[in-house]
Design a protein around this ligand. Structure first.
Ligand code: NAP
Length: 348
């Protein structure tokens, strides 16, 4: 019989890649979306999944809405990707973030337990739960130390998922995913901000890229690879949690250099802290500037994941390298600029 999957957060980056993968695997895919004035469908459209996903209005803040959705669809697998996913925003909206990313997950778990505890659930956990890292690299056994309301809320949800597995014998898995990017990444996230702004500068020679902490180091991978890992976790006999990462770390400055490189641009860095600037070596123009407005009240300096467990048990490994990922994003953003598909300035 055709399997049914419900994806919450269908309009986001991961929702698109996961929908494509599950459709290719022969699933009937239900996309849970948040009602708003305009539904964000461009990602699903881009990936060729828009016409094949069945949409259901869904709100993680509403227990009865979750209950009705599960009762109506009766999915075999629920992938909970919905979240207030911006770390920076979570410092400004800690209560909202806790409600959606934390308690929202308990609502979902409780609704599954009520409707049919045999439904499997995937929870989108995050490397931000490691925050002020207690060991390098970080594995499934590394103690957590979140540094943002987002990380704290996600950690609560993570333990709730473990708790429902252990207390109610439910199949709940958490993927502790390190940063993953793609041409479908939201423009507000630092990687996409870098590729879209530099693509624009390389084409019309105008504009500056404003960034926060250039020294922050992240373990970056490709979203398509990471959604394959999420799917594999749900196909195991035994429910358990996995770290999904590339096993390599790069600074934000490295990301800028790689993006510039893909655009045949070389950056000369000078100055320190908030006075650091990056100049286009050819023209001497400042193209990158540090703006302390983007610094966070508590920074996560270094994330580096150890994906050995996923490699051994799931047979998973990242297929797209850091360099290929950056280049994929740059190529897509050049096309976006040329076709007038990017806003001419960032919202911040
Ligand atoms: P994203 O692009 O920001 O997508 C988030 C999705 O959640 C959007 O579809 C959004 O809908 C939906 N949503 C937000 N609030 C909701 C609510 N109250 N009720 C129902 N839906 C709601 O995020 P992503 O990059 O795809 O990430 C997917 C998940 O993985 C998130 O939970 C994120 O925290 C987690 N994660 C991401 C990364 C990463 O590097 N990408 C790493 C680790 C974990 P709208 O379109 O209406 O806003």
């Amino acid at each position: 019989m055709t399997k049914r999957a419900l994806i919450t957060g269908i309009t986001g980056q991961d929702g698109a890649y996961l929908a494509r993968l599950l459709l290719d695997e022969g699933y009937e895919v239900f996309g849970a979306y948040r009602r708003s004035a305009s539904l964000t469908t461009w990602r699903l459209n881009e990936i060729g999944a828009l016409d094949h996903v069945k949409f259901e209005p869904f709100e993680l803040a509403e227990y009865n809405n979750i209950l009705r959705t599960l009762t109506k669809i009766e999915p075999d697998e629920v992938y909970n990707l919905a979240a207030q996913s911006f770390v920076g925003v979570s410092f400004e909206q800690p209560l909202y973030t806790s409600n959606i990313d934390g308690i929202g997950v308990t609502r979902l778990l409780e609704a599954i337990r009520t409707v049919n505890p045999n439904m499997k659930m995937y929870q989108a956990s995050t490397s931000e739960m490691f925050g002020k890292v207690q060991a390098v690299p970080q594995s499934e056994n590394t103690p957590f130390y979140p540094r943002s309301p987002y990380g704290v809320a996600k950690l609560y949800a993570h333990w709730m998922s473990v708790n429902y597995r252990e207390s109610h014998d439910m199949f709940t898995v958490s993927g502790i995913l390190f940063n993953h990017e793609s041409p479908l990444r939201g423009l507000e996230f630092v990687t996409r901000k870098i590729t879209s702004t530099l693509a624009r500068i390389s084409i019309d020679g105008r504009g500056e890229l404003e960034l926060g902490n250039l020294n922050a180091q992240r373990d970056w991978g490709f979203a398509g690879d990471y959604m394959r890992a999420a799917f594999l976790m749900m196909q195991q006999e035994i429910a358990q949690d996995f770290v999904i990462a590339s096993g390599r770390t790069h600074s934000v400055r490295d990301f800028v250099n790689a993006a510039a490189n893909a655009l045949d641009m070389e950056i000369d860095w000078s100055g320190e802290n908030e006075n650091e600037v990056g100049r286009n070596k050819k023209t001497g123009d400042v193209v990158v500037r540090v703006n302390p407005k983007f610094w966070r009240p508590a920074e996560v300096e270094l994330l580096l994941g150890d994906p050995s467990k996923a490699r051994e048990i799931l047979g998973w490994q990242a297929e797209v390298s850091f360099e290929d990922l950056v280049s994929k994003m740059v190529v897509a953003d050049i096309k976006n600029v040329e076709e007038g598909r990017l806003p001419s300035r960032s919202l911040e």
